[in-house]
Design a protein around this ligand. Structure first.
Ligand code: ARG
Length: 465
């Protein structure tokens, strides 16, 4: 008996010396891949049902395997299962436990499969479940934004370009811009799910198997859309993790942008909104501080998700067909990016409904920045002036206002007339912030009427999910 037999390695047959202790630790994945246990057991049960269907396992054998796996599942759930590093990974830990429980019948489970198609199956099942959870969280955050948009459709804030006051906008309109970003993220996620949901089971080590397996049956039992089409590709493809990481990176980029705005808006210099105390933290030295830690951390966590995308792309770039042990490195990035995305979405979906708007501050800020200058130019154009000339006239009026420390709406008719005699007393309607936003009344415009229409449409999209 070799040392390896003593170590109980499932692949010990051809070895004459024990695995080096360092190598054992270095090659083991059990510390992190044990979180695949539910999916590993689901995959094994489906595989055993298929082996039974095609006559490889008897009724009794299949039943014993099934019951054995369920008892292992219960133990792992209850945290009473003993994991072994010597058994390397989740697949071999569970298989060895099965055999030690039900005896030699357990050794039949691995007929017609390999850990290569097994791990590919497990990871796809895991990712699919997580995608479904992420989709729910995105929708929840979208609903929070749409509700806020509806409530604040009439709240006026300055819209920015170059972070300089540009034109007045509805705060609700701004929330709907965020919603659009998430709507595309949602679509990307569901698109990725289609390519995740293909069954690699039956590809075996790389070339398929000599047993009369029924791949469509296992695919169907596991809720896959179809069996994958090429055995080599099935055991080696990790595109789906890269797509997932690309989706997650774009989503995090969006959340990071939201975060940047929240950080700005909660600063004393902007003071546009307040975040609830329960989402903020204080300073140990400066008693006046209320820090927007949650948005800051979301912004910060974006970096690690981008890192995982780069890690996965690099992991795959030089691998020859078919399976290589390199692939074991796919798990930690995938797990961490999913954990991160779920936490960030959860934080946002809980925080956004509790945002309160400092309407007066936002209104005043919009007023201060000559945000209706474009409206005055448009007014002159409608009275017959060429746009470039109107731009010039308004530029001069703004310069005068700055000098006088008065907004355009605070200039007298005579003062305004001194820049162009096309200006009459109907000008004051267009110089108000309300007039300005109400005038942008077309699809995608900031008029509150449009914001209400858009929130209605967004809600019916969300309700249809
Ligand atoms: N732990 C391995 C992984 O994550 C399972 C597959 C191992 N296959 C093999 N031929 N060594 O990729």
């Amino acid at each position: 008996m070799s040392d390896n037999k003593d170590q109980n390695k499932l692949w010990g047959g051809r070895f004459t010396e024990a695995t080096d202790a360092f190598v054992e630790r270095f090659t083991a994945s059990i510390e992190f891949d044990r979180r695949l246990y539910q999916h590993d057991i689901d995959g094994s049960i489906a595989h055993s049902k298929m082996l039974h269907k095609v006559g490889i396992l008897s009724d009794d054998e299949q039943q014993q395997i099934h019951d054995g796996l369920e008892s292992i599942r219960a133990e792992i759930k209850a945290d009473t299962f003993t994991w072994s590093v010597a058994l390397e990974d989740v697949h071999m830990n569970i298989e060895a436990a099965l055999t030690s429980r039900i005896g030699d019948v357990g050794k039949k489970l691995h007929t017609g499969r390999s850990r290569n198609d097994q791990v590919a199956t497990d990871l796809r099942l895991y990712v699919r479940d997580e995608i479904d959870q992420v989709a729910v969280l995105i929708s929840k955050l979208q609903l929070a934004l749409v509700n806020l948009a509806e409530a604040e459709a009439d709240t006026i804030m300055p819209g920015f370009t170059h972070l300089q006051t540009a034109q007045p906008i509805s705060f609700g309109h701004h929330m709907l811009a965020w919603n659009e970003m998430l709507e595309r993220d949602y679509a990307r996620l569901l698109d990725c799910r289609k390519r995740v949901n293909q069954s690699p089971l039956g590809a075996a080590a790389l070339a398929g198997t000599t047993y009369p397996i029924d791949r469509e049956y296992t695919a169907q039992l596991l809720g896959f859309d179809a069996a994958s089409k090429n055995s080599l590709d099935s055991v080696s493809d990790r595109d789906f993790t890269i797509e997932l990481a690309a989706f997650a990176s774009i989503l995090m980029m969006h959340l990071s942008r939201f975060s940047e705005e929240l950080v700005l808006w909660t600063s004393a210099q902007f003071a546009f909104i307040d975040l609830p105390d329960r989402f903020c933290t204080g300073s140990s030295i400066m008693p006046q501080k209320k820090n927007p830690d949650v948005p800051e951390l979301v912004r910060g966590k974006t970096g690690r998700v981008y890192g995982h995308l780069t890690a996965l792309l690099t992991l795959m770039k030089s691998q020859p067909l078919a399976y290589n042990k390199d692939n074991q490195e796919d798990k930690e990035p995938v797990f961490d990016l999913l954990d991160t995305v779920k936490d960030c979405l959860y934080a946002y979906s809980e925080m956004m409904p509790a945002v309160s708007c400092n309407k007066d501050v936002m209104y005043l800020a919009a007023k201060k920045g000559y945000s209706t200058a474009t409206d005055l130019a448009d007014y002159l154009v409608k009275k017959g002036m060429a746009f470039r000339d109107a731009h010039e006239v308004v530029g001069k009026s703004v310069a005068f206002g700055i000098e006088q420390k008065r907004d355009l709406s605070e200039l007298t008719l005579d003062e305004l007339k001194s820049f162009s005699d096309l200006i009459e007393d109907d000008v004051f309607q267009v110089l108000t912030l309300e007039g300005s936003i109400n005038a942008r009344n077309h699809i995608g415009g900031t008029a509150p009427e449009q914001v209400h229409k858009a929130t209605k449409a967004a809600k019916s999209t969300l309700n249809a999910r």
